[in-house]
Design a protein around this ligand. Structure first.
Ligand SMILES: [Zn+2]
Length: 532
């Protein structure tokens, strides 16, 4: 009974016969629930996100997202797992209150049914905005806390583009964030959140004694803070060794999310551990290095207008030449249906004839065109409007007239994808919006991006598959809900002074704030922030 007496004296220990691992050892295992909700909500987008966009997973289906927790894995055998609901959407607009309440109530019902728990692993992003609510993740964790009680250890993994308010920091016991952008370490981070939780439960140490929190008044887009390049590379390289020090449980830096307008949107450093001096000095060091580097952040690739990018790409001998249609990047929360770039491409003489430079355009939603393509089949002619159903602020729907080159059914996001040949362009039209981030996203449709002269993607920084494929790459600073020109976005509620908005601001106070434990009598009783 030692384990439970140390960690959760009120809970009755279960004696579990380990039949699944082939032995007959009798061992006490902690009871751990899994839940999560993840989205980047762009509050500059006219789109509203509903529950179906989250593709919620329930029960054992949840494990399919976590390879490290497969039934034959060592981690799986270290606990009794109770997956509740894990909901993950592509970045999009604000989440409808009904969608949020539905997901939260299903989560809470499952937790109440299967509790009590020693621990909970939470898979959250940190940049969700819900209608009529500020700091949605804090509300989510509060509702979970209310369901499971103050003693359950909660360990969360987050995206480094998420935001951490003091209230969220207080509600979580363990928290860790990605250390790479692009997020090549996403699974590793989730695994770390789980292993830290197990380690604290198994050792009986429970929640870390100290949580240091430092808000940093910087708000920058991901396209200026990729860890592939300096200065983010060095700032983030310091995180792993910082977290490995004795007396430290974990250390994280959040860039924060630039396309939402809440007071919590800014960078944050958090360090947790049992050695107060180490925890505070480490947090301070990480925060200072980030602040000192602020003026060095610049775009991850050469940037310009779409015309400038096309001129460079057409004159270049490096192919495929990738161009990111940045303003309408759905992976940053834009709708993906802005027709600004496509309209300009259709007007360009270079791509009008089949013998022109080959260009792949990924992509534009067009359910009517998809319907027509399904009716006429491959080789048939389509003539239909696409795009601008949700975001028509920068250009209206565009008529696409061309030949159906391929039809692909079954993608989880897009559902049906059609490639339409227009002149020398291959335009991907999807039933629903999708971000094209990997080579198979193209080759599944019969496209050969490596052989194309130009590939235009609705992304900001490009994912590893495409990054390795590109011969050259530029960012087209196009309009859309994820506009890279954040200085001109209509923020009303972010805190000031904030870099780069108040570029000559004085150095901020980077002294760590010690955050009370989730079960502390000293808890701040922070009430939810004022509603919008
Ligand atoms: Zn991210």
């Amino acid at each position: 009974m030692k384990f439970f007496q140390k960690t959760l004296p009120l809970f009755v220990a279960g004696i579990i016969i380990l039949s699944s691992c082939g032995g007959d050892a009798t061992k006490e295992l902690p009871r751990i629930a899994i839940a999560g909700i993840a989205i980047e909500s762009c509050t500059f987008s006219p789109s509203v996100t509903e529950e179906e966009a989250f593709h919620p997973k329930y029960g054992t289906e949840v494990f399919t997202s976590y390879g490290f927790l497969s039934q034959d894995s060592a981690l799986y055998k270290q606990a009794l797992w109770f997956p509740a609901v894990v909901a993950r959407s592509l970045p999009d607009g604000i989440v409808s209150r009904a969608a949020y309440e539905s997901i939260v109530s299903k989560t809470v019902d499952s937790l109440k049914k299967n509790g009590p728990f020693d621990g909970i692993y939470l898979d959250i992003h940190g940049a969700m905005t819900v209608q009529g609510m500020d700091d949605a993740e804090a509300d989510y964790v509060q509702r979970i806390r209310d369901a499971v009680g103050p003693n359950t250890l909660i360990s969360a993994s987050m995206d480094l583009h998420g935001n951490v308010s003091p209230r969220l920091a207080e509600l979580l016991d363990l928290v860790t964030a990605y250390r790479m952008a692009p997020h090549e370490d996403a699974l590793e981070t989730k695994r770390r959140a789980v292993t830290n939780l197990l380690a604290r439960l198994e050792s009986g140490k429970g929640r870390p004694a100290f949580k240091a929190y430092i808000p940093i008044p910087i708000l920058l887009p991901g396209e200026k803070t990729s860890t592939r390049l300096e200065p983010a590379k060095s700032v983030y390289a310091a995180v792993k060794p910082a977290a490995a020090q004795p007396g430290i449980v974990d250390a994280s830096i959040w860039i924060g999310y630039a396309w939402a307008d809440e007071p919590r949107n800014h960078a944050v450093v958090m360090v947790t551990g049992d050695d107060q001096e180490k925890v505070t000095s480490t947090a301070q060091k990480l925060a200072k290095s980030f602040w000192d580097a602020r003026k060095g952040f610049s775009f991850v690739a050469p940037a310009g207008s779409l015309d400038e990018c096309l001129a460079k790409a057409l004159a270049s001998d490096k192919h495929p030449f990738f161009i990111s249609d940045c303003g309408d990047n759905p992976t940053a929360g834009a709708t993906g249906d802005v027709t600004f770039a496509l309209k300009q491409l259709l007007a360009r003489p270079e791509f009008r004839n089949a013998g022109g430079p080959s260009l792949i355009y990924a992509s534009i939603p067009g359910p009517e065109l998809v319907k027509q393509a399904l009716a006429v089949g491959v080789g048939g002619k389509v003539d239909e409007y696409v795009g601008a159903r949700i975001d028509s602020r920068f250009a209206g729907p565009v008529k696409l007239t061309g030949i159906v080159e391929s039809i692909y059914k079954g993608d989880k996001q897009a559902e049906v994808e059609v490639v339409v040949r227009v002149g020398s362009m291959h335009v991907i039209v999807s039933q629903k919006r999708k971000a094209y981030r990997t080579e198979p996203d193209f080759t599944n449709l019969g496209l050969k991006p490596r052989d194309a002269t130009i590939v235009i993607v609705k992304l900001g920084y490009i994912d590893p598959d495409l990054y390795n494929m590109k011969a050259d790459w530029m960012l087209a600073l196009t309009p859309g809900a994820a506009d890279q020109d954040i200085l001109h976005l209509p923020y009303k509620r972010i805190q000031h002074p904030m870099f780069p908005f108040d570029s000559n601001m004085a150095d901020p106070d980077l002294k760590p704030r010690m955050i009370p434990a989730a079960n502390s009598k000293a808890r701040s009783q922070t009430t939810p922030a004022a509603k919008q």
